[in-house]
Design a binder for this molecule. Structure first.
Ligand code: NAD
Ligand code: IPM
Ligand code: MN
Length: 370
């Protein structure tokens, strides 16, 4: 029997609650479709950090090289200063394994007040403001870069920005032509697969010319290689407006990293809830699958979280490994479950089922499948 080596990082808050349901459904799918999961548990997250001061050690990254995929719950805890765990674990993994495309499908399972959505956000995942180069200080900072401001170039010292010197913070946003192009190519190939006619790019080059200008240029170059898919360019502010007004008009949405973060939560809200939106961080090396949502400390430990996003992330993982029928069966089981009686829906969707109950309900639908 085929066996897949999966690294499991349950993480914080509702992370362990929802990944337990995803693993349960994936294992049930394995029994039906003839494969097994060899799970390696990783303890990284707030508890581990608070007791050891260790975030994510290098030896774990080396060990992970031998895995087929990672399944992650969520990272982040109110007891730890924001950014320590998120940057140190989650973003570290995305950057270390060069997971350059973050695929975030959002689909309304039940009609929402704003209409139905069936879209995929492709979020560039290794550049933009997320590169993590920044500093704070008082007065002057020596920059490693040339900075353009108001059309002229300033070199060396940022103190010239503030006279007299004030406390400042700066953060570098970075795009490369190739980095944008590979995410864009992913989006166009996906559009071809889905039979979509256009890819919508979220940009903001009207205000931030260099950074989003290079992203647009990369996309125009890629788009010229595709005959049946066209590029539609929208400023991200207007795009958010249009998504709320007519979400059904969009099928594939390509975003630079930061806009993709925001647009995907907006779409999750339109599509029926944070607990429904899965994602995959993919690249040419180890890929990682996780819900779009975070650790939700407000509902953690109460068996209230919707596990569907994690279950659907598990389905994306299996599809990535080539287990297409199992992935489809899991998605169909979720679809059948969510089309059932309202009182059996997850609490987030107005029903009564907690995290475990919703996971069990999906397993039942899977095992009933034809
Ligand atoms: P969040 O996504 O955790 O929560 C936002 C809202 O959505 C909350 O009201 C929460 O209760 C609700 N929600 C989220 N998932 C849900 C689910 N499965 N079922 C029902 N309701 C759900 O965002 P936040 O509050 O900004 O962040 C909380 C923590 O999570 C922070 O530490 C943040 O840094 C971290 N975070 C981690 C990830 C990740 O690991 N991928 C993603 C986002 C946020
Ligand atoms: C996400 C999260 C992360 C991000 C945070 C926790 C660093 O919001 O996965 O969407 O900004 O990418
Ligand atoms: Mn986010």
């Amino acid at each position: 029997m085929k066996s897949y080596r999966i690294g499991l990082i349950p993480g914080d808050g509702i992370g362990p609650e929802v990944t337990a349901q995803a693993v349960k459904v994936m294992e049930a799918a394995g029994s039906l479709f003839g494969f097994s999961l060899e799970l390696t548990h990783y303890p990284y997250g707030a508890e581990h950090y608070l007791s050891t001061r260790q975030v994510l050690p290098d030896h774990a990254l080396e060990e992970m090289e031998g895995l087929d995929a990672l399944l992650l719950g969520a990272i982040g805890d109110p007891r730890v200063q924001p950014g320590i765990l998120e940057r140190g674990i989650l973003l570290k993994l995305r950057f270390h394994f060069d997971q350059y495309a973050n695929i975030r499908p959002v689909r309304s399972f039940t009609p929402g007040p704003l209409g139905s959505v069936n879209a995929v956000v492709i979020r560039e995942n290794t550049e933009d403001l997320y590169v993590g180069i920044g500093s704070t200080g008082d007065g002057a900072v020596n920059l490693p870069l040339e900075v353009t401001r108001g059309g002229y170039v300033m070199k060396g010292q940022l103190s010239a920005f503030t006279t007299p010197p004030k406390r400042f913070a700066m953060q570098v946003a970075w795009h490369t032509l190739d980095g944008a192009a590979r995410a864009c190519q992913y989006a166009f190939d996906l559009a071809l697969d889905l039979g979509a006619e256009e890819v919508t790019l979220a940009t903001k080059s009207n205000a931030v010319r260099d950074l989003y200008g290079i992203f647009e240029n990369a996309c125009h170059q890629v788009a010229s290689q595709y005959e049946s898919v066209s590029l539609r360019v929208e400023n991200v502010d207007a795009l958010c407006y249009k998504l709320v007004r007519s979400p059904g008009d969009f099928r594939v949405i390509l975003c630079p990293n930061m806009f993709g973060d925001i647009v995907s939560d907006l779409l999750a809200g339109i599509g029926g809830g944070m607990g429904l939106a899965p994602s995959g961080n993919v690249g040419d090396r180890l890929s990682m699958f996780e819900p779009v949502h975070g650790s939700a400390p407000d509902i953690a430990g109460q068996d209230r979280a919707n596990p569907v996003a994690s279950i659907l992330s598990g389905a994306m993982l299996l599809r990535h490994l080539g287990e297409t029928s199992a992935a489809k069966a899991m998605e169909d089981a979720v679809q059948r479950y969510l089309s059932g009686p309202v009182e059996e829906l997850p609490i987030e969707m107005g029903g009564r089922l907690g995290t475990r109950g919703a996971g069990d309900a999906v397993v039942r639908r899977l095992e009933e499948s034809p």
